[in-house]
Design a protein around this ligand. Structure first.
Ligand SMILES: Nc1ncnc2c1ncn2[C@@H]1O[C@H](COP(=O)(O)OP(=O)(O)OP(=O)(O)O)[C@@H](O)[C@H]1O
Ligand SMILES: [Mg+2]
Length: 489
């Protein structure tokens, strides 16, 4: 198409309405703060300080870093929506993509965004996005009016760095909230605590590798590692490449191999069952924490399975990374490979979940003796007591001298060990388990029916009464045809 001699008319976005759209991208407080911290990390900060001050409707959140900072031109450019072209190639350590994060994350939470920045050798400068001003004037204009000294002087002791200030946090605190409103204050503090947890998770690799320290209200936060990599009972799988991305599977230890404290730690923000799935990292920054990316469902028995996926930022468009850096979609061409790798890890995860990891971990030299065996008949599963189990041999032995005691012991063991978890897993996967004595030789059932019939007859009951008795007794109620011909059995 030749665009040189064609008719045109301007159709620029209205600043006042467009900026409202920016507010609706769908961040929450945690993801918004993380997006600002992305910028601090990309700017090579060593320390990042998150602070908040409760002042009711005038509360403030600040994020200060000691990164490379910006001079006036760079700051104006940084505060411009669409500061960079998403198609531009970026340094592999750069966590940005769209040139929007600073603005969209901030506006999703507040009406006033102040950015103060200082580049080494320059004096600090600041600019303000004031949404009330934009609304009134419908102009894409940054403004500058006096700001408290605590902000304008925040960078005095640093050679370089940037301070992001959010005030009029109307999306999390209604504007007319009084500072003495204790309920609102507690809610705000609880939200900030969630932010801290989210940061410990999102940036755990940077914190572990000591690339950066994140301080929340003066306290350095500790990393939250989803894979319990320091636990000896954690099982890890070999890495597998998906093009330029890499997968690595982990099966976390069964609860019985963890201290209560570690078990609670691994519970994370969303709880064990919800934390299963893929952990997608983009340049070491956790983007998705526990999601099967539409390939599987989350189920209780897979709760020990977590699979790391590392994406370099050059795959952003192939994996359809969104502005908030909170979703990704594996390209169609690699879905099967990812699925098959994850299946292997999931299968191991189920075994550890069921057998408490006994077979797979500590006692490998001695073959594991389950009391229950899983049996497949056609498409259906059933569970049988393992006749070769040493204890069964011992019980038979006991039965020779003390039969009632032996039977009672056997029943107790069966009662205590019914494999409910395995049955549950099979039922939820296959939808069906076998009915009692289905597809097996009925001799055992017949013998028991005959025994009961003879004993009841001897105690004076007639055939009809015995038929009613058996029809209401498990498992014989499943065999009306045998009950019908009871006299011939
Ligand atoms: N704390 C900071 N220190 C130094 N430069 C910064 C800082 N924050 C933002 N910038 C500059 O401002 C630019 C715009 O930031 P913004 O978050 O809006 O977009 P981005 O990081 O480029 O991409 P994305 O939309 O994916 O976050 C950054 O690319 C960076 O050059
Ligand atoms: Mg950014």
């Amino acid at each position: 198409m030749d665009y040189r001699n064609i008719e045109t008319t301007a159709a620029e976005p209205y600043a006042s309405s467009m900026i409202q759209t920016f507010r609706a991208i769908g961040y929450n407080l945690e993801t918004a703060v993380a997006d600002v911290i992305d910028n601090s990390i990309s700017a090579f900060s060593k320390n990042i300080y998150l602070n908040s001050e409760w002042k009711g409707g005038e509360s403030v959140i600040t994020i200060l870093d000691d990164g490379i900072g910006m001079n006036n031109d760079e700051l104006v450019q940084a505060m411009r929506p669409g500061a960079k072209n998403p198609l531009d190639e970026r340094n592999e350590k750069d966590l940005g993509r769209f040139g929007l994060g600073l603005k969209t994350a901030s506006f999703s939470q507040c009406k006033k965004l102040i950015v103060v920045s200082k580049k080494a050798g320059f004096t600090p400068i600041y600019w303000i996005w004031d949404l009330d001003y934009v609304n009134k004037t419908s102009k894409w204009e940054l403004i500058r009016y006096p700001i408290p000294e605590e902000f304008s002087h925040a960078l005095d002791k640093l050679e370089s760095g940037t301070l992001v200030v959010w005030t009029e946090l109307d999306r999390i605190i209604p504007p007319d909230t009084s500072p003495s409103n204790e309920i609102a204050k507690d809610k705000f503090l609880a939200q900030m605590d969630k932010v801290k947890q989210h940061l410990a998770m999102t940036f755990h690799r940077f914190i572990e590798e000591r690339t950066v320290k994140i301080h929340c209200w003066g306290h350095e936060i500790k990393p939250w590692n989803p894979f319990l990599h320091t636990e000896t009972a954690t099982q890890s799988f070999p890495e597998e490449f998906i093009g330029e991305a890499v997968m690595k599977g982990y099966v976390l230890p069964h609860k019985c191999h963890l201290t209560e404290e570690t078990y609670q730690y691994a519970d994370g923000i969303n709880g064990w069952t919800n934390q299963q799935g893929f952990y997608v990292y983009r340049g070491k920054r956790l983007m998705i924490a526990g999601d099967w990316l539409g390939l599987f469902r989350k189920e209780e028995h897979y709760k020990l399975v977590r699979v790391q996926i590392d994406l370099p930022n050059k795959l952003d468009s192939k994996w359809q990374i969104d502005i908030k850096k909170s979703t990704a979609r594996p390209p169609l061409s690699c879905r099967e490979q990812i699925k098959s790798y994850a299946k292997t890890v999931r299968n191991r995860g189920v075994e550890v979940f069921r057998h408490r990891g006994k077979i797979l971990t500590t006692r490998k030299q001695q073959e594991f003796q389950p009391l229950w065996l899983e049996k497949k008949q056609g498409q259906k599963y059933s569970f049988i007591v393992n006749r070769d189990h040493l204890m069964i041999a011992e019980l038979k032995h006991l039965a020779e001298s003390e039969p009632s005691k032996a039977i009672e012991y056997l029943l107790r063991f069966v009662e205590e060990t019914v494999p409910t978890k395995s049955v549950f897993i099979r039922e939820s996967e296959q939808g069906e388990t076998a009915e009692p004595f289905e597809e097996t030789n009925l001799e055992v059932v017949k013998t028991m029916i005959r025994q009961i019939y003879n004993a009841q007859k001897a105690s004076g009951k007639n055939t009809e009464q015995i038929k009613i008795l058996l029809a209401n007794m498990e498992p014989f109620n499943n065999f009306p045809e045998l009950i019908e011909i009871i006299e011939e059995i």
